[in-house]
Design a protein around this ligand. Structure first.
Ligand SMILES: [Zn+2]
Ligand SMILES: [Zn+2]
Length: 269
């Protein structure tokens, strides 16, 4: 089955934690922790800002063993190189992302491909192709001892690869970027509006709702809604659009730009 990463049996007592350091066009970073390890997906803040935000979460940066980069846009890549150098940790990204940006010297750069799982000390990361206006963007589904967590932002279309990889997760951070009416009436010039709502732009609230309605959410312990535009969306619009799709979920959290989301734990009983 394309997108399947779960090889390990479900392990009773397993735990996978995640938190957002901030989410939105001003910067994105998600930290994922398992056992005594952690990794970052993206670092769209300066290294100094990222370390300050990690401190807020009480996470020793020395626990970080890698950075997975989704794509070259500054709101995801800004601090990646400086942080990797500071912590002396490897960065994983697609060849296209590596070619799109000059990262300078990195301690280690691993070029990865969609649908090719990466093993990271007890955690498996599956890179997933998404439709976005970057060179070779990837999003990620992580698996640790039967617990599965997805991060899915910066995509303009719902593709079979996305449906396949993000089904039946225990945790998910998903984008609800804009409200179509607010985007049309908002401050963006027509060209930028067109880019945001294009099939390679960002998910609008209705697309997010449609995705959630079609995925199996029966295992979902924490859903985080993120990358919410400050200019082209409003929390009330997001909540109204997603109401039906998320009504049966035990935990729905809306990530914000400044505070992100505190630690959320996914557990197997
Ligand atoms: Zn982007
Ligand atoms: Zn982004």
């Amino acid at each position: 089955m394309p997108g399947a990463v779960v090889n390990s049996p479900e392990a009773p007592g397993a735990e996978l934690r995640f938190a957002s350091l901030g989410s939105g066009s001003g910067g994105n970073a998600t930290v994922v922790a398992w056992q005594d390890q952690a990794l970052l997906i993206d670092c769209g803040f300066s290294a100094r800002e990222c370390l300050a935000r990690l401190k807020r979460l009480d996470l020793d940066p020395g626990c970080l063993s890698a950075i997975l980069l989704s794509h070259e846009h500054g709101d995801h890549s800004k601090g990646v190189a400086a942080l990797a150098r500071k912590l002396d940790i490897p960065v994983y990204m697609s060849a296209g992302t590596a070619a799109a940006m000059d990262f300078g010297r990195l301690p280690a750069l691993h070029k990865i491909s969609a649908e090719q799982p990466i093993e990271l000390g007890g955690l498996t990361a599956l890179p997933v192709t998404v439709a976005h206006d970057a060179r070779e963007p990837l999003q990620y589904v992580l698996e640790h001892r039967g617990l599965r967590l997805g991060v899915l932002t910066d995509l303009g279309s719902l593709t079979p690869a996305v449906y396949s990889a993000y089904d039946a997760l225990h945790g998910l951070l998903v984008e609800a970027n804009h409200d179509l009416r607010m985007l049309a009436c908002g401050p963006y010039p027509p060209s930028l509006q067109a880019r945001v709502r294009a099939p390679w732009g960002h998910l609008n609230n209705e697309q997010c709702a449609a995705l959630l309605a079609d995925l199996d959410l029966s295992l979902m312990q924490h859903l985080v809604v993120g990358h919410i535009s400050r200019k082209n969306n409003h929390l009330d619009c997001v909540k109204a659009a997603l109401a039906d799709a998320v009504q049966a979920l035990p935990s729905v959290v809306y990530a914000c730009q400044d505070e992100g989301v505190p630690w959320l734990a996914l557990k197997l009983p």
